[in-house]
Design a protein around this ligand. Sequence first.
Ligand code: FAD
Length: 308
Amino acid sequence: MEEEAVIVGAGICGLATAVALKRVGIRAVVLERASELRTTGAAILLWSNAWLALNALGVTDKLNLLYAPIERGFFTDVKTKSTQQVVYASKERDGPRAVHRKILLQVLADELPLDTIRFSSKLTSVESIVKDGHRISVLRLHDGAIIKAKRAAIIPLNDKEVYWFLVLQTTPEDKDIGNDPESIQRAVMENWAKDFPLSYLDIVQQSDLSTVSFASLMFRHMGNSLDPKGKLRPGDVGCALGKYVGERRWRTAWIIVGSYLSGWVQQDGSGWWMKFLRDLFYKTIQTRVINLVHYDCGRLPNRMGTSL
Ligand SMILES: Cc1cc2nc3c(=O)[nH]c(=O)nc-3n(C[C@H](O)[C@H](O)[C@H](O)COP(=O)(O)OP(=O)(O)OC[C@H]3O[C@@H](n4cnc5c(N)ncnc54)[C@H](O)[C@@H]3O)c2cc1C
């Protein structure tokens, strides 16, 4: 069996990825080792950025009917009965929502075509092989089934145009095709994608040849991303990612420290010094941690490609 994209695990990440791929026209298969949607824990607290991501996936309408944002929380010391109030919501951001894990998974799964999730399918190995001169991934399941994956997509641009692409590991001979659109079109139809659905091949055949090109995906050194004339190069993506990782590393570190402190002051002791630390935590540190969680990650594209 050959598939465009294979996702392992029908958890929140796997299902959200499958929905995101579907939104951009890529069909994915989700392999799940359990016999049904499986959850560890009853509910999950989703903060504003998680909601933003679910909104971009187009599933918040259903969840909004069931779950309202939590504006504030109250932390009570059961021994001293003293209570601290923490405000989660701000003018710009809603507070978090507590959502049933099972319902979240179901809402995401409902967005996918019926045969997308293959239950009782445990992945045991992933192997890379060369078939017809091209490298493809071979996934083996515990029951002996084999799935082969190559990646291609058709994405609507507007009412009249679609964007198609094909990603594959090339051989040295493939590179001889150069940038002649007719040769590329022929290679796609007669070789690389010859076993693809007719609807895909039909679109390739009707392509405006002036728009067809062949390019290698390559890693560029980050320092090489801006040429002396100031023109942007593909390496800027690497540079942006580097900045993102650098920024996120510290934000994540503070969130982890804040979460640890939050658990510690809530669980540990009711002596005067712990009460003092707890008061200090809720009055000052907790608000800073919440601000980190509310980090403005900018606008996300919605399913139609415009910004939310
Ligand atoms: C107690 C607890 C409380 C939490 N509370 C929060 C919270 O309030 N807010 C929050 O944002 N996060 C919370 N988290 C974290 C959050 O639950 C996880 O980050 C999230 O569930 C991860 O989702 P996932 O899809 O990556 O993995 P999972 O939900 O673990 O899904 C992985 C799936 O892959 C399947 N699988 C695994 N191996 C294979 C295989 N070989 N073949 C096929 N299928 C396979 C599994 O069966 C499973 O269904 C909490 C975590 C815990 C443990």
